[in-house]
Ligand binder design. Sequence first.
Ligand code: ZN
Length: 114
Amino acid sequence: MSLIVCHDCDLIHRVGPVPEGSAAKCSRCGALLYQHKRDSLERTLALTVTGLILFVVANAFPFLGFKLQAQVHETILITGVQELYHQGMWILATVVLLTTIVMPAAQRVFWFPL
Ligand SMILES: [Zn+2]
């Protein structure tokens, strides 16, 4: 038994185990409280691994390029962080590093919704 609060009307429910393929609904407004989806763990794992692979691919290939006459300059996220650091903007480099690489990677690795 666990307590679940309805997101629509704030009524508190005591909900027991929900059989696979069924759902618990609010007794007052009928809103969906909890749904036990089939193979949810396997689907979540597959999506998490896919997200991790796409995260690596997205950070390995250039996302921005400049072409000026014969010079072509392409950048990936980490080179932007390096450039900010080399220009003395280490606080901004740290913020960009945390928000574009570290936290999204940590979310992929450590956040595992069930
Ligand atoms: Zn409700």
